[in-house]
Design a protein around this ligand. Structure first.
Ligand code: ZN
Length: 322
């Protein structure tokens, strides 16, 4: 069983034929046992024979045939499954995302194919319908206009703030790490209240927002609501612990990916890109790292450490993804 993939050459070395890739995917998708994607039955048998495609099974309950890719975004693909695994590897390990142009070059595929694979993988990163836990404890929310090249480059005039033609996104982030992001039509109270309500588990949270009055109504229904008034140059309140730095960090990741990687994103696909960026944010683990070690004059060993967020191993991410 392959538990780690280090690089593209590593993938090709560990999977010398497409059959190896198929076995790898079966191990990941059917880690708890093979099941029929049509009816969920665990009773199936392998179909062997000259005329059968490799990796074909038949369900003993619904009698339908399937392979490991049936009803996944790889369904009916003509590409070598190793190309798919490499594409997933690239998306999951790139820190800011990867454009279809770069992916095409690295995989030796054409750009249209790479674009389609990228979107299929992003579709799997969609957490909107999944069994995600609601945000709890301290939840920061913020909204922002995103995307767009600098005016000097694009020639487009996008005024700052209200009245800009840029799309608006809404971010909710729990201080311990998990985040959600959604494209919104406006920052009016009615729109934001519905979204916040859908992303938190109970009213038993501390809501942190900026000074926008859109949050006052819903803030009043929460256990606690703290605000930082940016227009008065207040960015953190040491007394109440109020700040929205976590939510702003998510927004800046989105902004960086949109400006540096996906600059020609179609607006209708923006939510997909958000899903990908938030996926990356949500699939990290805190790792304690020692920055400095020394021995004091009295002979005590001391060290300074910091917590950094590291992406979880790529094969573990694939287990969640598939
Ligand atoms: Zn079945």
């Amino acid at each position: 069983m392959i538990t780690e993939l280090k690089s593209i050459p590593d993938i090709w070395k560990r999977m010398p034929s497409e059959m190896h890739a198929r076995r790898f995917l079966e191990g990941i998708i059917w880690s708890t046992g093979r099941h029929c994607p049509h009816c969920g039955s665990v009773d199936s048998s392998a179909l062997r024979g000259r005329s059968c495609r490799p990796g074909l099974y038949q369900c003993r309950d619904c009698r339908r045939q399937f392979t490991v890719t049936t009803l996944t975004p790889m369904h009916g693909t003509k590409l070598d499954l190793r190309i798919w695994i490499c594409a997933m590897f690239l998306v999951l390990t790139s820190s800011k995302g990867i454009s279809s142009v770069v992916m095409a070059r690295l995989l030796g595929a054409n750009q249209k194919t790479a674009w389609k694979m990228g979107h299929a993988i992003r579709e799997m990163m969609d957490d909107r319908n999944a069994e995600l836990l609601p945000l709890e404890d301290i939840v920061e929310v913020d909204e922002a206009y995103v995307g767009g090249a600098p005016k000097s480059l694009s020639g487009a005039y996008n005024p700052r703030g209200k009245g800009t033609g840029k799309p608006m996104i809404f971010v909710a982030a729990s201080r311990d790490g998990q985040a959600r992001a959604k494209v919104v039509s406006d920052d009016q109270r009615a729109s934001l209240e519905t979204i916040i309500a859908g992303r938190i588990g109970s009213k038993d949270i501390t809501l942190m927002t900026d000074g926008s009055t859109s949050y006052l109504g819903i803030g009043a229904t929460m256990e606690e609501h703290h605000r930082v008034i940016h227009s008065q140059h207040e960015y953190a309140n040491p007394e109440t612990g109020a700040h929205v730095n976590t939510a702003e960090a998510v927004i800046s990741q989105v902004q960086r990916a949109l400006v540096e990687v996906y600059h020609n994103f179609g607006r209708q696909h923006l939510q997909r890109y958000l899903d990908e960026i938030v996926w990356r944010w949500n699939h990290r683990d805190p790792v304690r790292e020692v920055v400095k070690q020394w021995t004091t004059k009295a002979g005590f060993d001391r060290e300074n450490s910091t917590t950094i967020w590291k992406p979880i191993p790529v094969v573990d991410q694939m287990r969640v993804l598939l």
